[in-house]
Design a protein around this ligand. Structure first.
Ligand code: MN
Length: 240
């Protein structure tokens, strides 16, 4: 049975087609898999586990039915949904993993990460990231009324769009030295990540031996996932 990986689904009330496609994916491809790994940014925004959005509830229910079928579901935080917490886990049956995390697939240790921490050339973003990932900031934010949190999240997304529009593309890709450092620190030769929306398989050389970086695609225009089975990784597209 296959292990499946997705990231950057960016589910949002404004993108109902993506939600339907992701629910289809859960009920078909994922339902016959051994495990599903969501490597961050499942949701376009998540302002706390008290989120009542109907689309998000349906996605959680879809994940929960996978869990009931015996498909193990794991999720990492992305930069959009880093506030997914115990309430989300309970509702969806997804186990939240810390980012980065090392998994073992048929004896091989593989690094799983959302990927935003590898984009070290984007100094402005890294500064913001280190602030909002502190428990003090998160406690203060989650104590605000939900309507305030939603307003602030909308503002943050607009700010992120402005930042993205005026930042040269390479700055928003991973930094090669950061990738090498992450592989060395985890003592692995393969990393799987998302975030950059540049799906592909990159063969690298690290300290004189082969290594590999697999990048998952985003779900804005179509679905996309990575399948691992019997030693083979394959990126697949799901046309919409
Ligand atoms: Mn991301």
């Amino acid at each position: 049975m296959a292990r499946l990986f997705v990231s950057d689904v960016h589910l949002d009330a404004d993108a109902p087609q993506a939600t339907e496609q992701f629910l289809d994916f859960l009920a078909s491809h994922a339902a016959s898999a051994e495990a599903l790994y969501i490597l961050g940014d499942l949701f376009e925004a998540w302002v706390g586990d008290d989120d009542q959005d109907e689309q998000k509830q349906r996605v959680c229910a879809g994940l929960k039915s996978l869990d009931r079928r015996g498909v193990a579901c794991f999720a990492l935080h992305g930069n959009r949904d880093f506030l997914l917490g115990a309430g989300f886990s309970a509702r969806s049956g997804c186990r939240l993993l810390s980012d980065p995390v090392v998994a073992q697939f048929d004896g091989e240790r593989v690094l799983l990460t959302h990927g935003d921490a590898l984009c070290t050339d984007d100094h402005a973003y890294q500064e913001l990231r280190s602030l909002v990932r502190t428990s003090a900031w998160q406690r203060r934010f989650l104590a605000l009324p939900r309507s305030h949190r939603e307003l602030l999240a909308d503002e943050a997304r607009a700010g992120s769009r402005r930042h993205t529009a005026r930042t040269v593309p390479y700055i928003m890709d991973v930094n090669e030295a950061a990738v090498a450092a992450a592989l060395r620190a985890a003592r692995v030769r393969r990393v799987i990540h998302g975030h950059t929306h540049r799906p592909g398989v990159h063969d690298l050389e690290l300290d004189g031996a082969p290594a590999q970086r697999i990048v998952l695609g985003a779900w804005y225009e179509q679905g996309s996932y990575l399948s691992y089975e019997r030693g083979r990784y394959e990126l697949r597209e799901l046309p919409r």
